[in-house]
Design a protein around this ligand. Structure first.
Ligand SMILES: Cc1ncc(COP(=O)(O)O)c(C=O)c1O
Length: 473
């Protein structure tokens, strides 16, 4: 008799658990195994999808499927998996980079961008390029843009900084490298949130030798844990306004506790305020940096969420005591950002279009989030739960009973819905499971319903299979 997916699943699971197949071992491709067993490819695919979802296998695209190299059978769960190993960047990372599909977290509403205004400002910026501006760009940024950003941060994010403290950069990975180069030495302890920004964790695993993770709960980063285990850290990366990905806000007492820790230990806090502009119920949520009386916070902002990711323009606010270190690093290893882009953005800010745009986007995003929340309830009743936060550009739909978020995300991705599985944002074994869903480009309620309905049948089938398995054990 031909084996069904259950038998294939059980046999491979048993081989892995018993050690017959070891972490990193390759398993046959779907095509090869299906032809060897004389079964349909779908049968093997289903068994593989479950094993991938449960973390026994990892799929590496063209390089095949392997037993998860990080698999630790019978290992006691631990919160602090440190120092962190360098993962191989999975094909999933590639999928998470693919921003062409819908529901991808963190892409601003492309249909609502003021293109006409942008075109006008672009033309003006090109025409006004002086000879001086055509030579090398200023290392720390185009002065009018640095001034406009300082002004914006002081008014809208509650900071108290000057243009001299603004360093114009080209995005997260640039910032990360710059900060590590300027402020740390090789073995300094660096901390990151768990769960935390997927690409941030991947980049730091490569760049920082002494990296550790601090858990996040419903009040944001667990500062007690940090103080208990890692009070000697030199640098901490944190997303206080709107945690990435859990969307919670760091509570005010914890903000004060964190700042006091940094001041006491001469540590640096990097505040990643990637989408702090988008709060829907409060008028403004002041940044952590606005409470930073000891000047221990390096503030990072980006135009990827407020204008467009392809701009590749971001900035950091350097504490005064670090100005010399950042300047020195910039002189050695940087060459500045394109002046033309900076001129356009400077005009966008100083002529008020940026503020107007943000003001329009807040109610729009709030409305679009509502569409997706309603559609989730209607299409997937009892499957997901969402803890709605005050703002941001994505929601986390937690799976009630399943741990199959990787397999479900893959199904959704096959329907061009670029959601991301929550468990992949964790470093420790204490994971929660769900989907990280961007809603900013969903234009109507009907659209939300029809998008979410695309993978509904397969999602339910997968969950049903899983509950049958669980019941069978
Ligand atoms: C948590 C977090 N920080 C920062 C960024 C901004 O990165 P960049 O400025 O490189 O676009 C993102 C973008 O997705 C993000 O999700």
């Amino acid at each position: 008799m031909k084996p069904g997916y259950k038998a294939i699943y059980q046999q491979y699971r048993q081989s892995i658990v018993s050690g017959l197949l070891k972490p990193g071992d390759k398993v046959p491709s779907v095509r090869v195994l299906a032809s060897e067993l004389g079964v349909a490819r779908k049968t093997v695919e289903t068994a593989w999808a479950i094993l991938v979802g449960e973390g026994y296998l990892v799929s590496q695209g063209a390089r095949g499927t392997r037993v998860n190299p990080d698999l630790q059978l019978n290992a006691a769960p631990t919160l602090d998996c440190s120092p962190a190993p360098v993962d191989e960047l999975s094909p999933l990372a590639e999928v998470m980079r693919n921003q062409s599909g819908l529901l991808h977290p963190g892409i601003p509403a492309l249909d609502a961008f003021p293109y006409k205004k942008w075109l006008l400002l672009g033309g003006k910026a090109v025409r006004s390029m002086s000879a001086g501006e055509m030579i090398n760009p200023p290392l720390l940024g185009y002065t009018p843009l640095r001034e406009a950003i300082a002004h914006y941060l002081n008014i809208s994010r509650g900071l108290s900084c000057t243009a001299e403290q603004i360093f114009i950069t080209s995005g997260y990975s640039f910032n990360l490298r710059l900060i590590l180069n300027a402020l740390t030495t090789a073995n300094d302890k660096v901390l990151f949130e768990d769960p935390g920004y997927f690409f941030g964790a991947q980049a730091l695993k490569r760049a920082a030798n002494n990296l550790h993770f601090v858990p996040v709960d419903e009040h944001g980063l667990n500062v007690d844990y940090l103080q208990q285990y890692h009070s000697d850290a030199r640098l901490l990366f944190v997303t206080p306004s709107h945690h990435s990905p859990l969307a919670v806000t760091l509570s005010l007492p914890r903000k004060h506790q964190l700042l006091a820790w940094a001041a006491q230990n001469n540590s640096w806090i990097v505040e990643d305020d990637y989408d702090g502009e988008f709060h829907y119920t409060r008028k403004v949520l002041p940044a952590l940096k606005s409470l930073d009386s000891d000047d221990r916070v390096i503030y990072m902002g980006t135009f990827s969420k407020t204008v467009m990711p392809a701009l590749r323009l971001s900035y950091i606010v350097m504490p005064r005591a670090t100005l010399a270190a950042f300047r020195e690093t910039a002189h050695i290893s940087e060459s500045g950002q394109p002046v033309l882009t900076q001129k356009i953005v400077a005009a966008f800010l100083s002529e008020g279009h940026f503020y107007k745009h943000l003001k329009k986007m807040r109610p729009l995003y709030s409305q679009r989030r509502h569409y997706v929340l309603r559609a989730l309830e209607q299409v997937y009743p009892g499957i997901f739960s969402v803890e709605v936060s005050d703002g941001g550009m994505h929601i986390v739909a937690f799976l009630h009973t399943s741990t199959q978020d990787v397999a479900i995300a893959m199904i959704w991705q096959q329907h061009q819905l670029e959601v991301s599985p929550l468990s992949r944002w964790y470093n420790s074994t204490h994971k929660r499971y769900g989907l990280v869903i961007g809603y900013t480009n969903v234009r109507t309620q009907e659209e939300a319903l029809s998008l979410l309905a695309r993978p509904a049948r397969e999602t339910r089938a997968l969950l049903k299979q899983q509950s049958e398995f669980t019941a069978g054990y």
